[in-house]
Design a protein around this ligand. Structure first.
Ligand code: BT5
Length: 224
């Protein structure tokens, strides 16, 4: 396994611009795990872990995140805990990827209803680890890809995270609503074994999804 400072790579410019510690792994199990370790070892907020390939990339609820080597942006940010972090990261990622990207509650990036990327926030070691995966030159069947250079997307994403992660909650919620693919749609929301169908009306103040008047803090959404 090679671990080296990303400034030795083509990301030298970007590292200089962000003025943030960055670690790059050619292969690792999950960037979120490397970020947790680094947080425990005292990584400062804003530190960034990037991998070319993950052997055990994960989504929520023990789902897998799959990407062939060198085909995706796989990145984790060490940040302060923040209840709106997942939505703020979605807004930042959409801004970094471009105008065709829409957000599906709670954590998907979509292009034309196909999944381009996902966000996994985990709170460990008293910090929040925000993992983001974006398909660039390959995507599973039925998913979308961006076809842009990794360095450029990472550069824009790091800048957009700076802008959005600390933004006032009402601004994050406003921008998320504007970028939403979910609000105004009929949805099915699955929480454990319970399934509910209804109109996705709005976000609540903590980023909950309001479906037919009921607030959901978590769940898997299907657009109907
Ligand atoms: C997510 O979970 O969408 C969050 C994915 C976060 C991945 C990043 S990569 C960097 C960091 N390190 C990690 O280990 N994870 C983070 P969820 O909403 O649970 O969606 C997972 C589902 O997306 C899977 O069950 C598949 O159906 C689908 N999927 C897997 N790989 C995909 C891909 N490359 N593109 C589109 N869909 C994918």
């Amino acid at each position: 396994m090679t671990v080296y400072d990303i400034s030795q790579e083509a990301l030298e410019m970007a590292t200089w611009r962000w003025a943030k510690p960055v670690k790059f792994y050619e292969v690792t199990d999950s960037t979120n795990d490397r970020a947790v370790e680094w947080a425990r070892a005292g990584a400062k907020s804003g530190s960034i872990v990037v991998a070319d390939h993950q052997t055990a990339g994960r989504g929520r609820l023990d789902r897998r995140w799959e990407a062939p080597p060198g085909t995706a942006l796989l990145v984790s940010f060490v940040l302060e805990r923040n209840p709106l972090l997942s939505l703020a990261a979605g807004v930042a990622a959409a801004q970094a990827c471009g105008p065709s990207v829409r957000l599906k509650w709670p954590n998907d990036l979509l292009v034309d209803e196909r999944k381009l990327g996902g966000i996994l926030v985990e709170t460990k070691a008293d910090r929040a680890i925000c993992g983001i995966g974006i398909n660039l030159t390959s995507a599973p069947e039925g998913a979308a890809m961006l076809d842009q250079p990794r360095d450029a997307v990472l550069d824009r994403l790091a800048a957009a995270m700076d802008e959005w992660v600390g933004a006032p909650p009402e601004q994050i919620l406003k921008r998320w609503r504007e970028l939403s693919a979910t609000l105004g749609r009929r949805v099915r929301i699955d929480v454990g074994s319970k399934s509910t169908e209804g109109l996705a009306e709005d976000l609540g103040p903590k980023g909950e999804l309001i479906v037919d008047g009921f607030a959901f803090v978590a769940g898997s959404v299907t657009h109907l």
